[in-house]
Design a protein around this ligand. Structure first.
Ligand code: C2O
Ligand code: CU
Length: 545
């Protein structure tokens, strides 16, 4: 039997301040946040589930973890502690490139997704550690991470595990949480809905459960002879928001701001409201939009985030469902069913309870303009999938035909802009994520005579020699208006070349908090479908001076 929808109230995750107040003025602070195994109720009728959860204590740990609120220009230090047991609660695969501690334990390392911070604080996949820092990966340097928060406000950040080959299992278990950087002086004049009740984080994640409440993850691979457990994508049959399956939220007849994060392993969401009410998109994962853009459908890739305002006073219905229509895998998979096609419900209060003084201003914030002609370097980034001859099932994925452990080939000069031509030779859309950098798609062009191009690429792995210019003359697809801004995740459509302009880096790190972006162990970039990232669609990103 399936779970009844809309019986649990949408939780508000605990808030942790990433600054202290000294004589009324914000000052840097240091937090200790742990990872704990504990029980979490995903639904009224489902027995409590064993999860891995972030919290400032075992008792307060939640799925997702607490929302960290930082202030622009006020550095924050976090000591991430691993209090996890000796054994993982989910299956994992020893045949993908994976952290395997000699003495047991669950390797973890935390990445602030969207953060502009030193490499030593980036949560490098090999900087993992087990409980009590008993065992540490080869690139581990420090138990305490520095977050300068020097970047512009706006955008929706999140923190999550990034351990080598275990990211899909560690996030599925619950190691994720939201992170917001505010600048009250710059943002208050915008007049957007504010305060904890009206400015809310919505963390979406699909999960499957056994009847006893435990998390279900397939423990048999599609190619058991190659990878005994790894599957190309995890799809759950329940949709959770802030750790509840299909929750509901009572709202007043007024505007609300929602920061939507897709923390699923592999599922895209194409969100709409059942009565056609628009989302007023005000920002991406990394910035505000210059102007709000109203959309009725919001396609949110894995790890992508959008900052939106919904005005419930425009609703004539008392109840609005949030609906999902994204096929899985995206874009050519199955359509969602009656379960995964629903996300949550808003219940609108009958009367206007108080005046709504908020607004969606005509102008939001401006950032550095995208300037393709300034690019110091143009690179081809190619996405490949490899299949097992016998089963036809995918065995692994690579970027540029290279393994994650092969030496860095993307070595941008710190402070420069580059153009990356991202070529997707697979059948799936891969959400591309770069650490440290911010980027945006400026052009999306179809590849003609794709099969011929693919065959050449399989042979030569060289886009220029395979005549990419001759092939990239297909249909041009416009980048949606609400995605034409700085981002940290960009969707890369199959059979297309997506031209992205990348800035390494957007902030002047010298002022607020100096750090050397060229230091070891460097950064990474990868596909953010977690099952792809783990096997092995990830490459080093090494900045040079
Ligand atoms: Cu959201 Cu490399 O991570
Ligand atoms: Cu991918």
């Amino acid at each position: 039997a399936s779970l009844e929808m809309y019986v649990d109230l949408l939780p508000q995750m605990p808030k942790v301040l990433g600054y202290s107040l000294k004589y009324g003025r914000p000052a840097p602070t240091h937090l200790t946040i742990g990872m704990y195994q504990k029980k979490w109720k995903f639904h009224r009728d489902l027995p409590a589930t064993t999860v891995f959860a972030f919290g400032t204590s075992a008792e307060s740990a939640t799925f997702p973890g607490p929302t960290i609120e930082a202030l622009q220009g006020v550095p924050l230090w976090v000591t991430w502690e691993n209090h996890l047991p000796d054994r993982h609660i989910l299956p994992w695969d020893p045949t993908v490139p994976v952290a395997i501690p000699r003495a047991g334990g669950v390797p973890t390392v935390v990445h602030l997704h969207g953060g502009v911070h030193p490499p030593q604080s980036d949560g490098h996949a090999n900087a993992w550690f087990t409980a009590g820092f008993r065992e540490r990966g080869p690139t581990w340097t420090t138990p305490t991470y520095a977050y300068p928060n020097a970047q512009s406000p706006g955008g929706v950040l999140w923190y999550h595990d990034h351990a080598l080959g275990l990211t899909r299992a560690n996030l599925l278990a619950g190691l994720l949480g939201a992170y917001v950087i505010r600048n009250p002086a710059a943002e208050a004049p915008l007049g957007l809905p504010c305060g904890d009740a009206l400015d809310r984080v919505l963390v979406l994640a699909d999960r499957s459960f056994y009847a006893d409440g435990s998390l279900y993850m397939n423990c048999t691979g599609d190619n058991p002879g190659v990878h005994p457990q790894w599957q190309p994508e995890y799809f759950g049959d329940a949709v959770t928001v802030n750790g509840k399956a299909w929750p509901f939220l009572p709202v007043a007849r007024r505007r609300y701001r929602f920061r939507i994060i897709n923390a699923s392993n592999a599922r895209f969401f194409n969100l709409s409201l059942s009565n056609g009410l628009p989302f007023h998109v005000i920002g991406s994962d990394a910035s505000y939009l210059p102007r709000p853009v109203a959309v009725t459908h919001l396609l949110v890739a894995v790890a992508e985030a959008f900052d939106v305002v919904v005005d419930f006073s425009e609703s004539s219905e008392a109840e609005l469902e949030v609906v999902n229509t994204a096929p899985y895998p995206y874009p050519d998979g199955d359509s969602p069913d009656h379960l995964t096609g629903k996300v949550m419900k808003f219940v609108v209060a009958p009367a206007r309870l108080w005046d709504d003084h908020s607004r969606v201003p005509a102008r939001l914030l401006e950032y550095v303009k995208v300037a393709e002609e300034e690019a110091a370097q143009r690179r081809y980034i190619v996405m490949y999938e490899y299949e097992d001859e016998a089963t036809g099932n995918p065995t692994h994925l690579y970027i540029n035909g290279k393994r994650p452990e092969d030496p860095a080939t993307e070595t941008p000069r710190a402070g420069t802009t580059e153009v990356w031509e991202v070529i997707n030779l697979t059948a799936d859309n891969h959400p591309l994520h770069l650490h440290l950098a911010t980027f945006q798609a400026v052009r999306v062009r179809g590849l003609v005579e794709l099969e011929e191009f693919k065959r050449c690429m399989e042979r030569l792995n060289d886009a220029a020699r395979c005549g990419v210019a001759r092939h990239a003359v297909g249909e041009e697809v416009a980048v949606p208006e609400h995605e034409r801004t700085w981002k940290n995740v960009v969707k890369i459509a199959p059979g297309f070349v997506t031209t992205v302009v990348v800035k390494f880096l957007m902030v002047d790190t010298g002022r607020a908090y100096p750090f050397d972006a060229t230091a070891e162990p460097g950064y990474v970039y990868h596909c953010h479908i977690l099952d792809h990232e783990d096997n092995a669609m990830i490459r080093p990103l090494k900045l040079i001076r």
